[in-house]
Design a protein around this ligand. Structure first.
Ligand code: GLC
Length: 441
């Protein structure tokens, strides 16, 4: 890419971020997503730091306003103007730990926040960085402690998730197949059987903004709603939820991000001269070691695992490449993953990397997390390739990702076969990570 087109792309990305700026935070996309989302804001801050360190800090501090008193960081902090409907949907006020103001959801999302904090810190001189880290460290340590206390009850090292929304890859095949097998309420199956699912359209907001073929199906949406009711009934108390049903997934992507987040947390603690507590150091090494249990030698892939049965959920997805980002796997495994990235009809496609292998029976090039290419996932893979010293591979994917955005705009996701844009237009993390990828050149 030449300098002029880089400058044009940068300007376009800035315009998207300004348009989605709500002063304290940046919305993912103005109509479809009017609130603040946890991992979105982390990716947004990673790009924003190149434009304004202060704005990037505000993005993170604003997320922290939503922290629960038990340490959880919720996946959504609601905008006061749009929260009436959400309030009744989520009812997080049922939990004694939820803040009353701002109003939030009741579950979490991949813990990208320590990475965002460190990246912002890299833009500061040492005294500034120390004071930035010191300000956010108490929040981050409480969040990581919450993850281990509530979501790793048997101290296995792998955090469990209670709802697919927590994975960030909402309708990814492993979650859909687990839900279908173990947690599909009878009334959802009945609605599916008698083809009444079109009625759900009346209640869905997302399909008013994006063509239904690009979103999750009505049955998936209903099953997710039912899964949310299960959490709401128990006031989002993990122990109480698990005591009724063991439907939970040790999600691969989440745990890879957690491994990296733990390393970032340690970097933050070391920089401010406050060594991490022993318990956190133990958790950190336990998670790194436990990643090995998610590897399947026969198929040469990593998978998510069912919490109850300890069986791997053998549905291939792009998450199999995220151990690269975790940064703690052997050179041999790294080579196997790179083979998958380059394998035709797998992750190799005209516009990589598809969220589900092209040859998978679940693959649909425009359906949300069941096929499209997402810029945040590419960013994680690029970072992972670099972390493992694979600079030419990383550069190839970086160039391809930028070319995709030049061709099709700053959409939420893209068709990996044709490069056509899909989902919401003017999507914030696509814009912010485009800026970050440009700055890596
Ligand atoms: C969708 C995505 C999720 C994202 C949210 C806001 O739910 O699946 O990852 O955080 O939208 O952009």
């Amino acid at each position: 890419m030449n300098e002029t087109s880089e400058a044009e792309l940068l300007t376009k990305a800035k315009i998207v971020l300004d348009r989605n700026d709500r002063k304290l935070w940046t919305v993912p996309a103005s109509d479809l997503y009017p609130h603040q989302w946890l991992w979105d804001s982390c990716f947004i801050a990673i790009g924003l730091r190149h434009l304004s360190v202060e704005r990037a800090q505000t993005e993170i501090l604003s997320l922290l306003r939503g922290q629960w008193t038990n340490g959880m960081l919720p996946n959504i902090v609601f905008s006061p103007q749009h929260s009436r409907r959400e309030r009744e949907l989520w009812r997080s006020y049922l939990s004694p730990y939820a803040p009353r103001n701002p109003y939030t959801s009741g579950l979490t999302q991949p813990p990208m926040v320590a990475e965002a904090v460190v990246r912002i810190g890299k833009k500061m001189n040492l005294p500034e960085r120390r004071s930035w880290y010191a300000k956010v460290y108490p929040h981050l340590i409480r969040y990581h402690e919450w993850i281990y206390a509530e979501r790793d009850p048997h101290q296995e090292g792998l955090a469990l998730l209670l709802h697919p929304y927590e994975s960030g890859l909402d309708n990814s095949p492993p979650w859909i197949s687990e839900l279908r097998k173990h947690s599909m309420p009878w009334w959802v199956s009945l609605i599916e059987k008698i083809h009444l699912d079109t009625l759900v359209n009346h209640f869905r907001r997302d399909t008013r903004h994006v063509p239904p073929g690009e979103r999750m199906s009505n049955i998936e949406a209903l099953a997710y709603w039912a899964a949310l009711l299960r959490l709401r009934r128990k006031a989002y108390n993990s122990e109480a939820i698990l005591s009724r049903s063991l439907f939970a997934v040790e999600d691969l992507a989440f745990n890879c991000i957690l491994i990296r987040a733990n390393a970032c947390l340690k970097e933050i603690a070391d920089t401010i001269g406050k060594p991490l507590p022993e318990s956190q150091m133990t958790n950190m090494s336990r998670t790194m070691a436990a990643l090995e249990q998610l590897w399947d030698e026969d198929t040469g892939q990593y998978y998510s695992r069912s919490f109850a049965s300890h069986k791997l959920i053998e549905e291939p997805t792009i998450a199999t490449l995220l151990p690269l980002y975790a940064g703690c796997i052997s050179a041999q495994r790294v080579a196997r993953l790179v083979e998958l990235l380059n394998k035709p009809r797998f992750f190799r496609s005209n516009w990589p990397a598809p969220s589900v292998p092209v040859s998978s029976p679940h693959f649909d090039p425009i359906k949300y997390w069941q096929g499209p290419t997402w810029v945040n996932v590419n960013w994680l893979i690029i970072d992972g390739l670099r972390r493992n010293g694979l600079y030419p591979e990383a550069e190839k994917l970086r160039q391809k990702t930028l070319a995709l955005v030049v061709k099709s705009g700053m959409n939420e996701y893209f068709n990996p076969l044709t490069g056509q844009p899909a989902g919401a237009a003017n999507f914030s993390w696509t814009a912010s990570l485009t800026i970050d990828l440009l700055k890596q050149g």
